[in-house]
Design a protein around this ligand. Sequence first.
Ligand code: CP
Ligand code: NVA
Length: 304
Amino acid sequence: MTTEPRHFLDLDRFPASELRHILELGKACKSGTAGRDRPLDGKAVALVFEKPSTRTRVSFEVGIRQLGAEPVVLEPSGTQLGRGETVGDTARVLSRYVDAIMLRTTKEEKLLELAENASVPVINGLTDRTHPCQLMADVMTLEEHLGPISGRVVAWSGDGNNMATSWIHAAVRFNFELRLACPEELSPPADVLAWARGEGGNIKVLHDPVEAVTDVDCVVTDAWVSMGDDVNDAERRARLLKPFAVTTDLMEKANSHAIFMHCLPAHRGEEVTAEVIDGPRSVVWDEAENRLHAQKAILLWCLA
Ligand code: CP
Ligand code: NVA
């Protein structure tokens, strides 16, 4: 009898209870009560990068080793994938060598094709559409600093990009209010907002950052130009996004206990000022660290 592999593709595909279970496992990995004694000894995990990465690459590699498994890093320039071998064939072949595959890619369709054709779990390490591993670390970080996220209010100020979509998924599944302040032209995808409405999520799309951040518990932003965005469009994006930059003045509208988060890499003087990201409310280094713990939990869940 063959069983379906346990993929980690996107937060909207999970019931809230399963995500909560993975998150608590991440906290246990961090405190050292889970993930000890090389539970994945003898296993191998392929890490396939079609886009650059610092955090995802290092946190997965180190996490995999800490769990007793072996990471195998693949980049398109060194593989047949980069010469046109299909994603489906790559999935079938990798499944014969490794126990799980993490993919960072452009189009979501490639991730889905990989999952469709792999007989081992597939983990989404970022696509143009979403970044769910980051959100598990982000929710974990918020809870470390502020306690349970349920009922909290988070404001996103910036581009309605892949991170914004994953924040919407998280808000629905972890039951918190999310206010997104984005330029009209760079709003999150309509189908994602429709999904959130259908699920009864408390999501507000605003176009005024001050209105969005007033009295919130957490302010989040991200780069103005994501990997995969047209670099020739950078000037237009900067013009549209400048009013949404997170400054000290904007942070002052949030609650006095409010924290600042950013998935990184950051661009000081663009989406956030140095004063904010390097200031006392910023928890971005904890957030980056928590990628390691959250992903160890995801790996344990996938390979349980
Ligand atoms: N936040 C994040 O995913 O960073 P990298 O692009 O460095 O992996
Ligand atoms: N929105 C960014 C996130 C980087 C981790 C990008 O896709 O480039």
